[in-house]
Design a protein around this ligand. Structure first.
Ligand code: BGC
Length: 255
């Protein structure tokens, strides 16, 4: 394990999770306490939840935090699945003050993508790689020869006359009571559109459902043209935490 203590915090639409991370190995180095995302998920309430988790882990000199929205220079620019009062909030300043430690803040899917590219399903892959997190919404991370193009937000592209995440996020499967076959087909249709636009070598599917890839893989793959590999994320729902911790070591990537 590296000498420095590093904590990664993943703020999602439904849960806030944190852990100490071994950034050399891309592994959690503690248990992973979780709290439900406060509702409404305002900056102050989310910062309180993050502070509780960081306290439980004993603190760290630098902390990486993900937010499910566009983050530029520490400032949140969109808030589809968290309270709209995040828009324009300087999350880096907010968390740094609340946690009394310098914080680095980035988009949750970008964090997951960084972790998967370094330690998981994208390791060693060049060309265009897209990671999607299928959860409350759809997050995206786009890589070109291993370099992140931050804040791509491919889940908000219009698809079938609505936002793609309202058609194919994992939450939609439950909300609309779709079977794995119908939902997998929707995901496949969306991926087929992404292949037309980006010609990716690889698409990595993350989020909690990546554990259940076997249940929907064939329906997805039936829709995706050959030439693009589609695989489940291997760090599963730890990827955001690991990526958040990684970014504290390499500030230039997303900030
Ligand atoms: C947000 C993204 C986020 C994704 C997954 C989307 O609604 O706009 O920024 O990455 O949800 O949480």
């Amino acid at each position: 394990m590296s000498e420095t203590r590093v904590i990664g915090v993943d703020v999602g639409g439904s849960g806030v999770k944190a852990a100490l991370v071994d950034v050399e190995r891309g592994e959690l180095a503690s248990d992973r306490p979780r709290l439900d995302t406060p509702q409404p998920a305002t900056p102050e309430r989310v910062a309180d939840a993050v502070a509780q988790l960081v306290d439980r882990l004993g603190g760290a000199p630098t902390i990486g935090v993900t937010i499910p929205g566009v983050v530029r220079n520490g400032v949140v620019r969109t808030a589809a699945n968290i309270d709209p009062s995040w828009i324009g909030t300087d999350a880096r300043a907010l968390f740094s003050k609340r946690l009394e430690a310098p914080c680095v803040v980035l988009n949750d899917a970008d964090a997951a993508g960084l972790a998967e590219m370094r330690f998981g399903a994208g390791k060693g892959r060049s060309g265009v790689v897209i990671l999607l997190t299928l959860g409350t919404g759809i997050g995206s991370a786009l890589f070109v020869d291993g370099e992140l193009v931050p804040n791509t937000e491919l889940g908000h592209m219009e698809f079938k006359a609505q936002e793609a995440e309202h058609y194919a996020a994992a939450s939609v499967r439950k909300a609309e009571n779709l079977g794995w076959d119908r939902w997998g087909t929707r995901v496949g249709e969306y991926l087929a559109m992404l292949t037309v636009l980006f010609s990716p070598e690889l698409i990595i599917l993350g989020g909690g459902v990546s554990r259940k890839f076997d249940r929907f893989a064939k329906h997805v793959l039936a829709k995706v043209p050959s030439g693009t590999d589609v695989v489940p994320a291997t760090l599963q729902n730890q990827a955001g935490i690991v990526g958040a911790a990684m970014i504290t070591q390499k500030k230039s990537v997303a900030e």
